[in-house]
Design a binder for this molecule. Structure first.
Ligand code: ADP
Length: 213
C-alpha cells in the first residue's frame, strides 16, 4: 500500500502516519525527519539546509525530489509524511510513481483550524533521538524535559516558535492546501477532522482505508 498524508504542521500527520504505518506494515517516511537527521552532519550544505528549515522555509523542490526518488525506488509499501508539500512536488510524485509502476493508492488529508495548530505547536517538545512528541498541556512527559520512550532530552524545535509557525501556516495555505484537490480529482482523497481524539482518528482512518482496499 502506498499512502500520502496531508495536513498543516501540527495537524497530527506524524502521529497518524506512525499509527497507520504500524497497523498496515508500512514504512513511515517523514521528509522532515529525513532532513533533520541529515542536518546533524556539520557540512556546509547541511548548514544551508538547516538555515532554511529553522526559518520555516521550504527546501527547494529539486533537492526534495531527488531525495524522495531515491527512497521510493527502494520501498514499495510506505506512508509519505511531509511530501508532497507543493503542487509541483505532487505532480512530480505522480511522475516518479508512474516511472516506478507503483501509483499512490490513497491520500489522507487531516483538517485542523489554525488557532488550534498554533496552540499545539508552540507547546510541543520533541525528542531528537527517537522523534517522539509531547505537549506541555495535552501530553506532558512523566518527567519534565525527558522522553518517556528513550530517556533522551526533549527540545522545542527551532521552527515551533509562534512567529515561525504563523509563517509555516501561511506557506501551507498557499502552497500545500491546493494539493488535496489534485488527489480529489484522482478519486483517492480521504479527508478527516483532526481536532478529535488521536486514537479515534486512527480508527476512523483504518476503517476508511480498509473499506477502500
Ligand atoms: P511540519 O511539522 O511543519 O510538518 P516537517 O517535520 O514535515 O514539519 O518539516 C520540517 C521542515 O523540513 C519544513 O518546514 C521544511 O523546511 C522542510 N521540509 C520537509 N518536507 C519538505 C518538502 N516536501 N519540501 C520542502 N521542504 C520540506
Amino acid at each position: 500500500m502506498r499512502l500520502v498524508i496531508l495536513g498543516a504542521s501540527g495537524a497530527g500527520k506524524g502521529t497518524q502516519a506512525k499509527a497507520l504505518a504500524s497497523h498496515f506494515g508500512l514504512r513511515h517516511i517523514s521528509t522532515g525527519d529525513v532532513l533533520r537527521e541529515e542536518i546533524k552532519k556539520d557540512s556546509i550544505v547541511c548548514r544551508a539546509l538547516k538555515r532554511l528549515m529553522d526559518r520555516g522555509d521550504l527546501i527547494p523542490d529539486e533537492i526534495m525530489l531527488s531525495i524522495v526518488e531515491v527512497i521510493l525506488s527502494e520501498e514499495n509499501n510506505f506512508i509519505l509524511d511531509g511530501f508532497p508539500r507543493t503542487f509541483s512536488q505532487a505532480l512530480a510524485l505522480n511522475a516518479i510513481c508512474e516511472r516506478l509502476g507503483a501509483p499512490i493508492d490513497a491520500a489522507v488529508d487531516i483538517h485542523v483550524p489554525d488557532e488550534k495548530i498554533l496552540q499545539r505547536l508552540t507547546g510541543r517538545t520533541v525528542c531528537p533521538s527517537c522523534t517522539a512528541m509531547f505537549h506541555k498541556e495535552y501530553f506532558p512527559p512523566k518527567v519534565t524535559g525527558v522522553c518517556d520512550k528513550c530517556g533522551g532530552g526533549l527540545i522545542q524545535r527551532p521552527d515551533d516558535t509562534a512567529e515561525t509557525v504563523q509563517h509555516r501556516l501561511k506557506l501551507y495555505h498557499k502552497l500545500t492546501e491546493p494539493i488535496a484537490d489534485l488527489y480529489r480529482r484522482q478519486g483517492i482523497l480521504i479527508s478527516v477532522d483532526g481536532t478529535g481524539e488521536a486514537n479515534q482518528i486512527t480508527q476512523d482512518l483504518i476503517k476508511a482505508l480498509e473499506e477502500r482496499f
